[in-house]
Design a binder for this molecule. Structure first.
Ligand code: GDP
Length: 471
């Protein structure tokens, strides 16, 4: 375009020099110079200044314990559909907004902040374990505490179990909110009973999980729930160094007319100020403006704060880390380096665990635990496969069943597998073509069987290096 020549003509010239190029291909400088000379076009090589990143990474090193101060918890609400996740979030936001504060309307910026007894709590706006785990599959660990909503008139349902397993796989503590207690047919004791059957033992029953009866409709119990969030946060001793270049995670990003790229982030540590140069994966820029969850412009933010950032060149991926860099040149340089790594990675995609390469990874000491997700058509098969697989653990590798349930293999299973480097075993169930496609994208190995013995046999063979190659 710049030299105003027909691409086919340029490709022909390249072919004459023995280079079989396509229209999308980069060519080396020397080759470009030959073609340029042919057209009488002067060509200049742009010098890319090497930047010593060691100094930049030094800035991102672990913080000295003496620099750490308390930070607010980041909470995700999870649970089965229609159990009241959205209602609960809305009710909490309303109680948390000081009376008289500009209408109290929260913007949707991916996360919102509330104050309870002068302490801040950050809530992720998108409830559900799917969002939680897809962020985790991208390497982002933002959630400190999960609130598991279970409707008292409905009890533990399939997505309740998924939410429990997704939080457990991430090592995130659960607080149970037994919701809808205003309903006449509410039965909180049944919820407690069913939870204990799923390994979630509440305090009242001698376990360590806090359960709070609430009603998103009447507001009953919400104060206690927030109290408990702060209590668990206290126990977790959440801390961050506020006096360092900011590091955060992108939770959402989009293009907004008149503003350009807008990224919602949660800052995890350090400070982020308007004017700071930042890099997020393969994109970078200078922070033009910061907006808080009330839509107000802010100048500077600290740890555990959610904001929208204007000023990135392109839309970053959700789950991408965002870093403040010493200057814009460095931000651009890191983004370019990331782009190269990204391209290399997408060339050899299969990053997950497969039964085929399991044995070599065990031998190399790369894995010590084999994470497995089991899906089957009936409960009896789930249990039978689970028990048999657990028995395969040996000194070198431990079998870990991170999720086992009745039902088809879902996108949520694939995301969990991707986030936890797990394989999926399906018995008399299959993934839909969408799910299969996602699994291929994420490099997740799905194995489906019709005979239990075959499933057990394959895993055992893979663990001992005796698996026959399939295709
Ligand atoms: P989500 O799918 O988990 O986000 O559930 P929603 O928040 O959309 O709630 C599902 C339905 O339950 C809606 O009709 C709500 O009005 C209702 N609901 C939610 N919480 C309560 C509650 O505490 N009491 C009663 N009676 N209804 C509730």
């Amino acid at each position: 375009e710049i030299i105003n020549k027909n691409p086919n003509e340029v490709i022909m010239k390249l072919m004459d020099s023995g280079i079989m190029a396509t229209i999308n291909q980069d060519v080396e400088y020397d080759t470009a110079a030959l073609i340029a000379a042919d057209y009488n076009i002067s060509l200049e090589l742009e010098e890319v200044e090497e930047i010593d990143l060691a100094e930049v990474y030094e800035l991102n090193a672990e913080d000295d314990p003496s620099t750490l101060v308390k930070r607010a918890p980041v909470v995700t609400v999870m649970g089965h559909v229609d159990h009241g996740k959205t209602s609960l979030l809305d009710a909490i936001r309303n109680t948390g907004v000081a009376v008289g504060e500009a209408g109290g309307i929260t913007q949707h910026i991916g996360a919102s902040e509330i104050m309870h007894r002068n302490e801040k709590i950050v809530f992720l706006d998108t409830p559900g374990h799917e969002a939680f785990t897809s962020l985790r599959a991208r390497g982002a660990k933002i959630t400190d505490i999960a609130i598991l909503v279970v409707a008292a008139d409905d009890g533990v349902m399939p997505q309740t179990i998924e939410a429990i397993d997704h939080s457990k796989a991430a090592g995130v503590p659960i607080i149970v909110a037994i919701n809808k207690i205003d309903k006449p047919n509410a039965n909180p004791d049944r919820v407690k009973q069913e939870l204990s059957e799923k390994g979630v033992i509440i305090e009242e029953w001698g376990g360590d999980v806090i359960a709070v009866p609430v009603s998103a409709k009447t507001g009953e119990g919400l104060e206690t729930l927030l109290e408990m969030v702060l209590l668990v946060a206290e126990v977790l001793e959440l801390k961050a160094n506020p006096d360092r270049p900011g590091v955060g995670t992108v939770i959402e990003a989009k293009v907004v007319k008149g503003r350009g790229t807008v990224a919602s982030i949660i800052l995890e540590k350090g400070t982020l100020t308007v004017g700071d140069p930042v890099v997020a994966g393969i994109t970078y820029g200078k922070v033009k403006a910061l907006y808080n969850d009330k839509g107000k412009k802010v100048k500077r933010i600290g740890p555990s704060t959610s904001v929208e950032i204007d000023g990135l060149a392109e839309v970053p991926q959700a789950g991408e880390k965002i870093y403040v860099t010493p200057d814009e040149k460095t931000a651009r340089y890191i983004a370019e380096k990331n782009a190269i790594t990204f391209r290399e990675k997408s060339l050899n995609k299969n990053v997950g665990i497969t039964l085929e390469d399991l044995f070599s990874k065990i031998k190399e000491g790369e894995i010590k635990e084999l994470n497995i997700i089991i899906k089957a058509d009936v409960h009896g098969s789930v249990e039978a496969i689970k028990q048999s697989l657990l028995k395969l653990s040996n000194e070198e590798v431990r079998v870990n069943i991170i999720h086992a349930n009745v039902g088809a293999i879902s996108e949520s299973d694939v995301t969990l597998a991707s986030a936890s480097s797990a394989i999926i075993i399906g018995f008399n169930v299959r993934p839909s073509s969408n799910v299969q496609y996602l699994a291929e994208q994420e490099g997740v190995d799905i194995r489906t069987y019709r005979i239990i013995y075959d499933a057990i046999n394959d895993v055992e063979a893979a663990m001992t290096g005796m698996l026959d190659p399939t295709f």
